[in-house]
Ligand binder design. Sequence first.
Ligand code: AMP
Length: 396
Amino acid sequence: MKTIQDYNFKDKKALVRVDFNVPQDADLKVTDNTRIQAVKPTVEKILNDGGSVILMTHLGRPKGKVNPEFSLKSIVPEIEKVLGHEVKFCPDCIGAEAEEMASELKPGEILLLENLRFYNEEEAGDKDFAEKLAKLGDAYVNDAFGTAHRAHASTAVIAQFFPSTKFFGLLMAKELEAIDKVLKSGEKPVTAILGGSKVSTKITIIENILPAIDNLIIGGGMSFTFIKALGGQIGTSLLEDDKLPLALEILEKAKAQNVKVYLPVDTVVANEFSNDAERKEVDIYEIPEGWMGMDAGTKTRVLFNDVIMNSRTILWNGPIGVFEMPNFAAGTIALGDSIAEATKQGAFSLVGGGDSVAFVKQFGYADQVSYVSTGGGAMLESLEGKELPGVAAINN
Ligand code: AMP
């Protein structure tokens, strides 16, 4: 893996693709700066070498049109605060002004370009647009894991203009190493915990990770399709009817590859999909008519805990209950506790993809696991075994 550690940026202008697609409130104030913090080591390394940094990113979905609502100018103060450094801002990402500001940039300085997605050419992966961006820097650094699964101009296409000076940033390197630690070099036993609402969105992941894992824990909404396929009564729980044969197929494949599968044994059911619904705990195979499974039951929490405590490498994607409703969050909280405890005892734990990341942040587990991925879609596609365009562009 060619990272920025392999290069001295002295007197060089590094064009760094970052993912500053940060959430903002109605006054455009940044409400979560995790993505800015995540690239700080990369920026510092380049500046410490005596280089300068030109940051480029997208923000939101302006759909190829200039729109002040999506201007990166609004996040300059937050970037300056997090990086502890003045940040110059160019109101365009290509063209005469960008070229002038880039050429005047001195070692130790940072320049932020305006939203790449003000141009349709960005998402279209336009080569001419990529070349115009490329003109601004001496080296290209990709530190935008969150968009690494897109073959856009700034995330992939641009790399061809830097045949010998294209590098992974330190965040990208960390993300890729974490995935490798689970799927390639993970200390055994390796346990994957998959939850969330749908089997259909996780099938490719399951098939791809089976050869790398020893245990597969399936929880949350998606587990009911498996329980029904195995002959259980699931009431009004989430079900993907057309995936019943596939659920059995997955179980067969796991068995053939010596992967132990753990499904919930009990569940907290509700009489309606509401935090204020009536609740009770029942056997997962005997959910009464009119009731739906909303959270992992007590026995399930103990079962999952035992598996996790005996694991050396843990991958977690997807909540195992409707954690957004406080009355049905306890199962996912127990799971978070188990993973935190196993991590404390030396296991490597990676949390990635959408809702589980939201969960660990909201419930304070982010510092108690080994690594929380910053990229939802990119993380999921990596787990599916796909080579991400942003990664391929640097590697090839
Ligand atoms: P996904 O986007 O597929 O990872 O699913 C995440 C969502 O699954 C979260 O919003 C959870 O509330 C939901 N979820 C987890 N368990 C259940 C369940 N038993 N019934 C319905 N939804 C669930």
